[in-house]
Design a protein around this ligand. Structure first.
Ligand SMILES: C[S@@+](CC[C@H](N)C(=O)[O-])C[C@H]1O[C@@H](n2cnc3c(N)ncnc32)[C@H](O)[C@@H]1O
Length: 279
């Protein structure tokens, strides 16, 4: 998510899209909005946009654009002569993104149906691509990065951003239980350690890779912890035998009490890498 530390990102995998109907869309959009407000996401998006450096008149693409905030910002940067396109397979998220972009007057923003592994663009027709917290949900992230290389023109830029779930911190709680709970949660991700692989995936797809890596620790705000994000992975973790029902209940109670006392801390680190297609 997603990207909710220690909870399963229901609905962000392609196979699950649309499964939960309107209620699930509301939850997914709310989760993306909440994350977009967090300082880590704000900072890393600033970093990524500065590296992507979209210019007026360019065609830029956000793969897996969710509710479309990044696309609106790209649209402002490329202006009326450019195109900012969000590729998003979830029609409900596309509808939200469309509505918000219109409300913001972002005329060069459009949202199209598509998937990362088969982008709806001709070879060499795109100036810049970004993709945030999508590769972790894909069975073939390498293929997706190769597809980005295909659509980019020579000299085109790509910025990939993703979480690495091995960096997830959950406090308080018995750390042995936490470790088992997290491992069970990650088992539901196609590619849970995506963050560490971004540079090598870019290199494998033929990109020149910038040496510096962007990073930011997404710390979940108390409102998210109160809202039950942490417990979302619970039923799966119990069903798989990773934790017992008692262990789960104790963990959730510990975290809930810690939220009230201001002690709770749940985070996951996001990384970002920049590739340039050789001219
Ligand atoms: C965690 S959300 C991230 C959304 C947005 N990039 C952001 O950072 O706010 C993952 C997004 O990837 C989309 N997605 C899922 N499978 C995809 C695929 N195969 N190709 C492209 N996008 C996909 C989901 O619908 C969802 O919008």
């Amino acid at each position: 998510m997603t990207d909710t530390p220690a909870s399963r990102p229901a609905g962000f995998r392609h196979a699950e899209i649309g499964v939960g109907g309107e209620e699930q869309t509301r939850v997914l959009a709310g989760m993306l909005d909440l994350q977009a407000r967090q300082p880590a996401v704000v900072r890393l998006r600033e970093w990524a946009l500065a590296r992507l450096a979209p210019e007026p008149g360019e065609t830029v693409v956000d793969v897996g654009s969710g509710v479309g905030e990044v696309v609106v910002r790209l649209a402002r940067a490329v202006g009326p002569t450019g195109r900012a396109v969000g590729v998003e397979p979830n029609p409900a998220l596309r509808a939200i993104a469309d509505e918000r972009a219109s409300a913001e007057g972002a005329a060069s923003a459009t949202f199209v149906d598509g998937v990362a592994g088969d982008l709806p663009f001709d070879d060499g027709s795109v100036d810049a691509v970004t993709c945030e917290r999508v590769l972790q949900h894909l069975d073939d992230p390498e293929g997706a990065v190769r597809e980005m290389a295909r659509v980019l023109r020579p000299g085109g830029r790509v910025v990939l951003l993703d979480s690495d779930w091995a960096t997830s911190v959950m406090h308080p709680g018995d750390q042995d239980v936490v470790a088992r709970y997290q491992a069970a949660t990650w088992a539901g991700f196609a590619n849970p350690f995506s963050g560490r692989r971004l540079r090598s995936q870019l290199r494998a797809a033929g990109f020149d890779v910038d040496p510096d890596i962007g990073s930011a620790a997404l710390v979940l705000p108390d409102e998210a912890l109160r809202g039950g994000m942490i417990g979302a992975g619970g039923p799966g973790a119990v069903a798989s035998g990773a934790v017992t029902r008692d262990e789960l209940d104790t963990l959730l109670a510990d975290i809930s009490a810690a939220v009230d006392s201001g002690e709770a801390f749940v985070s996951v680190t996001m990384f970002a890498a920049v590739g340039r297609k050789p001219a």
